[in-house]
Design a protein around this ligand. Structure first.
Ligand SMILES: [Zn+2]
Length: 273
Protein backbone atom coordinates (compact mmCIF):
# COMPACT_ATOMS: atom_id res chain seq x y z
CA UNK A 1 0.00 0.00 0.00
CA UNK A 2 2.82 2.33 0.98
CA UNK A 3 4.51 1.63 -2.36
CA UNK A 4 1.27 2.30 -4.17
CA UNK A 5 0.97 5.71 -2.47
CA UNK A 6 4.54 6.61 -3.41
CA UNK A 7 3.87 5.57 -6.99
CA UNK A 8 0.70 7.64 -7.04
CA UNK A 9 2.55 10.70 -5.72
CA UNK A 10 5.32 10.21 -8.30
CA UNK A 11 2.72 9.86 -11.04
CA UNK A 12 0.98 13.07 -9.95
CA UNK A 13 4.27 14.98 -9.81
CA UNK A 14 5.34 13.78 -13.25
CA UNK A 15 1.94 14.43 -14.81
CA UNK A 16 1.95 17.94 -13.35
CA UNK A 17 5.37 18.50 -14.85
CA UNK A 18 4.32 17.33 -18.30
CA UNK A 19 0.94 19.03 -18.21
CA UNK A 20 2.38 22.44 -17.47
CA UNK A 21 1.34 25.05 -19.98
CA UNK A 22 4.68 26.79 -19.79
CA UNK A 23 6.80 25.85 -22.81
CA UNK A 24 9.77 27.90 -21.49
CA UNK A 25 9.64 30.08 -24.55
CA UNK A 26 12.71 32.26 -25.16
CA UNK A 27 13.33 34.74 -27.95
CA UNK A 28 16.85 35.75 -28.96
CA UNK A 29 17.42 38.69 -31.33
CA UNK A 30 20.58 38.84 -33.45
CA UNK A 31 22.13 41.69 -35.44
CA UNK A 32 22.22 40.39 -39.01
CA UNK A 33 23.14 43.62 -40.79
CA UNK A 34 22.26 47.16 -41.69
CA UNK A 35 20.93 48.77 -44.89
CA UNK A 36 21.20 52.50 -45.67
CA UNK A 37 19.22 54.32 -48.34
CA UNK A 38 19.79 57.76 -49.87
CA UNK A 39 16.19 57.84 -51.03
CA UNK A 40 13.26 55.94 -49.51
CA UNK A 41 10.59 56.87 -52.03
CA UNK A 42 10.31 53.29 -53.35
CA UNK A 43 8.93 52.27 -49.95
CA UNK A 44 5.71 54.09 -50.77
CA UNK A 45 6.80 57.02 -48.58
CA UNK A 46 8.08 60.43 -49.50
CA UNK A 47 11.52 61.44 -48.28
CA UNK A 48 9.76 64.06 -46.14
CA UNK A 49 7.56 61.52 -44.34
CA UNK A 50 10.43 60.34 -42.13
CA UNK A 51 14.07 61.12 -41.50
CA UNK A 52 14.89 57.44 -41.12
CA UNK A 53 17.29 56.17 -43.79
CA UNK A 54 18.75 53.12 -42.06
CA UNK A 55 17.11 49.75 -41.61
CA UNK A 56 18.24 47.18 -39.08
CA UNK A 57 18.29 43.57 -40.26
CA UNK A 58 17.48 41.08 -37.50
CA UNK A 59 17.51 37.32 -37.18
CA UNK A 60 15.65 35.57 -34.36
CA UNK A 61 15.91 32.25 -32.59
CA UNK A 62 12.95 31.00 -30.63
CA UNK A 63 13.51 28.22 -28.11
CA UNK A 64 10.58 26.10 -26.96
CA UNK A 65 10.55 22.92 -24.86
CA UNK A 66 9.57 21.01 -27.99
CA UNK A 67 12.16 22.49 -30.33
CA UNK A 68 13.69 25.60 -31.80
CA UNK A 69 12.90 27.91 -34.69
CA UNK A 70 15.00 30.33 -36.72
CA UNK A 71 12.86 33.24 -37.89
CA UNK A 72 14.47 35.30 -40.69
CA UNK A 73 18.07 34.76 -41.68
CA UNK A 74 19.57 38.20 -42.34
CA UNK A 75 21.72 39.67 -45.08
CA UNK A 76 23.74 37.40 -47.40
CA UNK A 77 26.68 35.81 -45.56
CA UNK A 78 28.98 36.93 -48.41
CA UNK A 79 28.62 40.51 -47.04
CA UNK A 80 30.13 39.63 -43.66
CA UNK A 81 33.27 41.54 -42.77
CA UNK A 82 33.38 43.44 -46.08
CA UNK A 83 32.56 46.82 -44.57
CA UNK A 84 30.11 48.98 -46.46
CA UNK A 85 28.98 47.42 -49.72
CA UNK A 86 27.18 49.50 -52.34
CA UNK A 87 24.65 46.97 -53.65
CA UNK A 88 23.12 49.49 -56.04
CA UNK A 89 23.37 53.26 -56.38
CA UNK A 90 22.08 54.86 -53.19
CA UNK A 91 21.91 51.58 -51.24
CA UNK A 92 24.66 50.54 -48.85
CA UNK A 93 24.65 47.32 -46.83
CA UNK A 94 26.92 46.01 -44.09
CA UNK A 95 27.06 42.91 -41.93
CA UNK A 96 29.76 42.72 -39.27
CA UNK A 97 29.53 39.35 -37.51
CA UNK A 98 27.65 36.50 -39.15
CA UNK A 99 24.66 34.91 -37.46
CA UNK A 100 26.60 31.63 -37.49
CA UNK A 101 29.53 33.11 -35.58
CA UNK A 102 27.18 34.82 -33.11
CA UNK A 103 25.42 31.50 -32.54
CA UNK A 104 28.70 29.63 -32.08
CA UNK A 105 29.75 32.07 -29.37
CA UNK A 106 26.54 31.19 -27.54
CA UNK A 107 27.00 27.45 -28.09
CA UNK A 108 23.96 27.25 -30.34
CA UNK A 109 24.46 24.41 -32.82
CA UNK A 110 23.09 25.14 -36.28
CA UNK A 111 22.31 21.46 -36.83
CA UNK A 112 20.13 21.43 -33.72
CA UNK A 113 17.71 24.10 -34.93
CA UNK A 114 14.50 22.18 -35.70
CA UNK A 115 12.56 24.64 -37.85
CA UNK A 116 13.36 27.53 -40.13
CA UNK A 117 10.75 30.03 -41.25
CA UNK A 118 11.42 33.20 -43.23
CA UNK A 119 8.97 36.07 -43.34
CA UNK A 120 9.66 36.03 -47.08
CA UNK A 121 12.47 35.34 -49.51
CA UNK A 122 13.91 38.80 -50.20
CA UNK A 123 17.70 38.86 -49.94
CA UNK A 124 17.78 40.59 -46.52
CA UNK A 125 15.77 37.75 -44.94
CA UNK A 126 17.38 34.60 -46.34
CA UNK A 127 21.13 35.20 -45.81
CA UNK A 128 22.13 32.30 -43.56
CA UNK A 129 19.12 30.09 -44.34
CA UNK A 130 20.90 27.41 -46.35
CA UNK A 131 23.32 26.75 -43.46
CA UNK A 132 20.47 25.16 -41.47
CA UNK A 133 20.37 21.91 -43.40
CA UNK A 134 18.76 19.81 -40.66
CA UNK A 135 15.88 22.21 -40.06
CA UNK A 136 12.39 21.67 -41.44
CA UNK A 137 11.53 24.64 -43.65
CA UNK A 138 8.07 26.09 -42.94
CA UNK A 139 7.00 27.93 -46.08
CA UNK A 140 3.71 29.13 -47.52
CA UNK A 141 2.81 27.37 -50.74
CA UNK A 142 2.59 30.56 -52.90
CA UNK A 143 6.06 31.65 -51.68
CA UNK A 144 7.54 28.25 -52.49
CA UNK A 145 5.98 28.26 -55.94
CA UNK A 146 7.20 31.78 -56.72
CA UNK A 147 10.66 30.80 -55.46
CA UNK A 148 11.08 27.74 -57.64
CA UNK A 149 9.06 28.71 -60.70
CA UNK A 150 10.93 28.75 -64.04
CA UNK A 151 11.42 32.51 -63.55
CA UNK A 152 11.76 33.02 -59.80
CA UNK A 153 10.88 36.45 -58.45
CA UNK A 154 13.69 36.26 -55.83
CA UNK A 155 17.45 35.73 -56.00
CA UNK A 156 17.47 31.94 -56.35
CA UNK A 157 21.20 31.67 -55.68
CA UNK A 158 20.60 32.77 -52.07
CA UNK A 159 18.06 30.09 -51.13
CA UNK A 160 18.30 27.31 -53.74
CA UNK A 161 19.87 24.98 -51.15
CA UNK A 162 16.70 25.12 -49.03
CA UNK A 163 15.07 22.86 -51.60
CA UNK A 164 16.91 19.90 -50.06
CA UNK A 165 15.69 20.65 -46.53
CA UNK A 166 12.77 18.76 -45.12
CA UNK A 167 9.87 21.12 -45.60
CA UNK A 168 6.34 21.67 -44.52
CA UNK A 169 4.23 23.57 -47.01
CA UNK A 170 1.75 25.90 -45.33
CA UNK A 171 -1.52 27.29 -46.58
CA UNK A 172 -2.41 29.91 -44.01
CA UNK A 173 -1.75 30.28 -40.29
CA UNK A 174 0.27 27.58 -38.54
CA UNK A 175 0.74 26.72 -34.86
CA UNK A 176 4.38 25.57 -34.85
CA UNK A 177 4.45 23.59 -31.57
CA UNK A 178 0.73 22.87 -31.28
CA UNK A 179 0.20 24.86 -28.08
CA UNK A 180 -0.50 28.34 -29.45
CA UNK A 181 2.78 29.79 -28.18
CA UNK A 182 4.46 30.24 -31.58
CA UNK A 183 2.16 30.97 -34.51
CA UNK A 184 3.03 31.79 -38.09
CA UNK A 185 0.39 34.12 -39.51
CA UNK A 186 -0.09 34.26 -43.24
CA UNK A 187 0.15 37.91 -44.38
CA UNK A 188 0.59 37.85 -48.15
CA UNK A 189 0.99 40.82 -50.47
CA UNK A 190 4.55 42.05 -50.07
CA UNK A 191 5.46 38.68 -51.57
CA UNK A 192 3.07 35.85 -52.54
CA UNK A 193 3.54 33.97 -49.26
CA UNK A 194 4.73 36.65 -46.85
CA UNK A 195 4.16 35.72 -43.20
CA UNK A 196 4.58 37.23 -39.72
CA UNK A 197 5.24 35.56 -36.37
CA UNK A 198 3.19 35.76 -33.19
CA UNK A 199 4.85 34.71 -29.92
CA UNK A 200 3.03 34.26 -26.66
CA UNK A 201 5.86 35.15 -24.28
CA UNK A 202 5.01 34.59 -20.62
CA UNK A 203 6.78 37.56 -19.02
CA UNK A 204 6.89 39.94 -22.00
CA UNK A 205 3.39 39.18 -23.25
CA UNK A 206 2.21 38.60 -26.81
CA UNK A 207 4.72 39.84 -29.39
CA UNK A 208 4.35 40.07 -33.12
CA UNK A 209 7.37 40.12 -35.45
CA UNK A 210 6.37 42.08 -38.52
CA UNK A 211 8.46 40.60 -41.32
CA UNK A 212 8.19 43.30 -43.98
CA UNK A 213 4.50 44.02 -43.44
CA UNK A 214 5.93 47.44 -42.51
CA UNK A 215 9.50 48.64 -43.12
CA UNK A 216 9.28 51.92 -41.19
CA UNK A 217 7.22 53.11 -38.21
CA UNK A 218 5.80 55.65 -40.66
CA UNK A 219 4.73 52.84 -43.04
CA UNK A 220 2.38 51.59 -40.33
CA UNK A 221 0.93 55.02 -39.67
CA UNK A 222 0.35 55.73 -43.35
CA UNK A 223 -0.43 52.11 -44.40
CA UNK A 224 2.09 52.63 -47.16
CA UNK A 225 2.75 49.89 -49.68
CA UNK A 226 6.26 49.77 -51.19
CA UNK A 227 6.80 49.79 -54.96
CA UNK A 228 8.48 46.38 -54.67
CA UNK A 229 5.37 44.53 -53.61
CA UNK A 230 3.52 41.84 -55.53
CA UNK A 231 -0.09 42.63 -54.58
CA UNK A 232 -1.05 45.95 -52.95
CA UNK A 233 -4.63 44.88 -52.25
CA UNK A 234 -3.45 41.76 -50.42
CA UNK A 235 -0.87 43.80 -48.51
CA UNK A 236 -3.58 46.15 -47.22
CA UNK A 237 -5.79 43.17 -46.28
CA UNK A 238 -2.85 41.60 -44.43
CA UNK A 239 -2.22 44.88 -42.59
CA UNK A 240 -5.81 44.96 -41.40
CA UNK A 241 -5.79 41.24 -40.44
CA UNK A 242 -2.61 41.69 -38.40
CA UNK A 243 -3.73 44.99 -36.82
CA UNK A 244 -6.92 43.22 -35.66
CA UNK A 245 -4.88 40.43 -34.07
CA UNK A 246 -2.58 42.98 -32.40
CA UNK A 247 -5.61 44.80 -30.98
CA UNK A 248 -7.41 41.63 -29.85
CA UNK A 249 -4.35 40.07 -28.21
CA UNK A 250 -3.03 43.42 -26.96
CA UNK A 251 0.22 42.35 -28.61
CA UNK A 252 3.36 44.41 -29.01
CA UNK A 253 4.41 44.83 -32.63
CA UNK A 254 8.10 44.87 -33.44
CA UNK A 255 8.77 46.35 -36.87
CA UNK A 256 11.75 44.14 -37.62
CA UNK A 257 13.65 46.71 -39.71
CA UNK A 258 13.33 49.54 -37.17
CA UNK A 259 16.83 50.66 -36.19
CA UNK A 260 15.41 52.75 -33.35
CA UNK A 261 13.70 49.68 -31.95
CA UNK A 262 16.87 47.59 -32.29
CA UNK A 263 18.67 50.13 -30.11
CA UNK A 264 16.12 49.80 -27.33
CA UNK A 265 15.85 46.01 -27.20
CA UNK A 266 18.32 43.54 -25.73
CA UNK A 267 20.20 41.58 -28.35
CA UNK A 268 21.47 38.02 -27.85
CA UNK A 269 22.84 36.55 -25.65
CA UNK A 270 20.10 38.37 -23.71
CA UNK A 271 16.64 36.96 -24.36
CA UNK A 272 12.96 37.67 -23.90
CA UNK A 273 10.75 35.11 -22.18
ZN1 LIG B 1 13.32 43.32 -45.51
Amino acid sequence: MKHLKILLVLFLISSCATNTNDPNLKLYVFDCGLIKFDDISFFGLSNEDTEVRELFVPCYIIEHDQGSLLWDAGLPLSFVGKGKIITRPGVEQSYEISLIEQMEKMNFKIDEIDFIALSHLHSDHVGAATMFKEATWLVQEPEFEAAFSPSPIFDLSLYEGLKSNKRQILNGDFDVFGDGSVTILSAPGHTPGHQVLLLDLKAFGPLLLSGDLYHFVKSRELKSVPDFNVNAEETLESMSKIENIIATKKATLWIEHSLDLSQTIDLAPAYYD
